[in-house]
Design a protein around this ligand. Structure first.
Ligand SMILES: Nc1nc2c(ncn2[C@@H]2O[C@H](COP(=O)(O)OP(=O)(O)OP(=O)(O)O)[C@@H](O)[C@H]2O)c(=O)[nH]1
Ligand SMILES: [Mg+2]
Length: 199
């Protein structure tokens, strides 16, 4: 399907509280589908996507992204910490109708950046289609500045900004890789400079 050979491979992890829409954002992006029904992710699931992006130099780049969808429920904390290792991108999702999920962003960010200090991070305000929104857009703008991250307002339901979110993350990861130099082969992110310890 893609004429260009795959030149980059990245690992992306989706983080954020339970039921904020992590699985839904990934499904919208990889399958262009959405379901109203909530099926809690158990442990981890994966999806694969081949992405074509225009580089800053104007040429086409084909990247393969493995999207790791991790359960948001606290039971899986240890598992999550392990599975974050090697990610070069992370999305931290909150639900604009549940302010607590926004307040938890800082904690998710710290957890992720401790394991993957060189990763590109996007904070995602999801469910913006909902009429009962409580967290205003300005709150997201503040987080963007405080944490120095990308920030997007999305709806997995309508598809708004979902493609932009993932394409800009891939571009960010490609740029970062250029700055950080050559990487280990395989699905390793720019952050994995040392062997990962499981204890
Ligand atoms: N209206 C609306 N509902 C959404 C949106 N995204 C997700 N939902 C709904 O929110 C619920 C939870 O979505 P999931 O994608 O399963 O959430 P999750 O973050 O993967 O949850 P865990 O796997 O438990 O961590 C489901 O009922 C979805 O249909 C959105 O953008 N708009
Ligand atoms: Mg899920």
């Amino acid at each position: 399907m893609n004429s260009e050979p795959v030149s980059h491979m990245f690992k992306l992890v989706a983080l954020g509280d339970g039921a904020v829409g992590k699985t839904s954002c990934i499904k919208r992006y990889t399958e262009d589908s959405f379901s109203e029904q909530y099926i809690m992710t158990i442990g981890t699931t994966f999806a694969l996507k081949t992405v074509e992006v225009d580089s800053s130099e104007g040429n086409k780049i084909t990247a393969r992204v493995v999207l790791w969808d991790l359960a948001g429920q606290p039971t899986y904390n240890e598992l999550r910490r392990r599975y974050m290792a090697g990610a070069s991108m992370g999305i931290i999702v909150y639900d604009v109708t549940r302010p607590q999920t926004f307040l938890d962003i800082g904690e998710w960010f710290t957890k992720f950046i401790t394991v993957c200090p060189n990763a590109v991070v996007a904070v995602v305000a999801n469910k913006i289609d909902r009429p009962d929104r409580l967290v205003p857009p300005e709150a997201g703008d503040m987080v963007k500045e405080w944490l120095d991250v990308l920030h997007y307002e999305t709806s997995a339901k309508s598809g708004k900004n979902i493609d932009t979110l993932f394409s800009e993350l891939v571009l960010g990861a490609i740029d970062k890789q250029k700055k950080l130099g050559p990487m280990e082969p395989g699905f390793h992110g720019a952050s994995q400079s040392k062997p990962f310890k499981t204890t």
